[in-house]
Ligand binder design. Structure first.
Ligand code: UDP
Length: 236
């Protein structure tokens, strides 16, 4: 039995790169989609927010000197590309997925309409939210918190490269240990980076717990959804 009826998974764009320098690594994406498939088969309703950092990041690289808002719109368009690729891979894996965009690109994907998203979820379809929040100066972490709250997800699952929140950077400090549970307040006091500040504040206000886990650890997503000890739970 899944511990949650409805979840929102935040995948970073960079997670799609695998060992490549940029773009989408097909084998990595297929592997991720299979992990998501497993949890849908448990009967859990799944929404996904995907980042765009593997293609474009608004505040770095190619955007030097560029107007910030323009660069951010490019970043949002990158998330649309990732969403299309993800949903198509889901289709190839026998799942039913729908992409909904926060910015209007009607010939490409349907616009985000909350009741429609809720209907898809109830029908057991995976909903991929593209184009972040639709606004510059935000991130897809914030989109994950926002959409998670809007669709009444019980938890936001933040898929990262590391398998949770640690007392210190585990790459630099071998004595670092993983928190199993931590409150929002404690994470702030200890200055631990869980999600970006806007996303974190939104989840905290809405009492929407966050689970940080590794998408590169086989079966971790399923264990999270089954409520097993995996990753770090950030709670009220
Ligand atoms: N972005 C934005 N508004 C949003 C979401 C994303 O402007 O609501 C832009 C921003 O430029 C960001 C880029 O899209 O750098 C890619 O998103 P993000 O950095 O969150 O992707 P990730 O790090 O998860 O791959």
């Amino acid at each position: 039995m899944p511990a949650y009826k409805r979840i929102l998974i935040k995948l970073s764009g960079e997670a799609l790169m695998g060992d490549d320098q940029f773009g989408i690594n097909r084998a990595t994406m297929v592997r991720m989609v299979r992990e998501v498939h497993e949890v849908t088969q448990l009967g859990c309703e799944v929404a996904v927010v995907i980042g765009g950092g593997n293609i474009f990041r608004g505040v770095a690289g190619g955007s030097v000197g560029m107007d910030r808002a323009t660069a951010d719109y490019m970043g949002m368009l990158a998330t649309v590309m990732n969403s299309l690729a993800l949903a198509d891979t889901m289709r190839q894996e026998g799942m039913t997925a729908r992409v909904m965009s926060a910015i209007a690109i009607d010939q490409v994907v349907e616009p985000y309409v909350r009741p429609k998203a809720l209907q898809y979820l109830e029908e057991g379809k995976v909903v991929v939210f593209a184009a972040g929040t639709g606004n510059p100066f935000f991130t897809t972490d914030t989109a994950a918190a926002l959409r998670g709250a809007e669709i009444g997800a019980e938890i936001v699952l933040k898929a990262t490269k590391v398998d949770g929140v640690y007392t210190a950077d585990p790459k630099k400090d071998p004595a670092a240990t993983r928190y199993t549970n931590i409150s929002f307040d404690e994470a702030i006091t200890k200055n631990l980076q869980v999600m970006d500040a806007t996303a974190f504040a939104l989840c905290r206000d809405q009492k929407l717990p966050i689970k940080v886990f590794s998408i590169f650890k086989s079966g971790a997503l399923k264990r999270v959804v089954l409520g097993e000890d995996e990753g770090t739970l950030v709670h009220v």
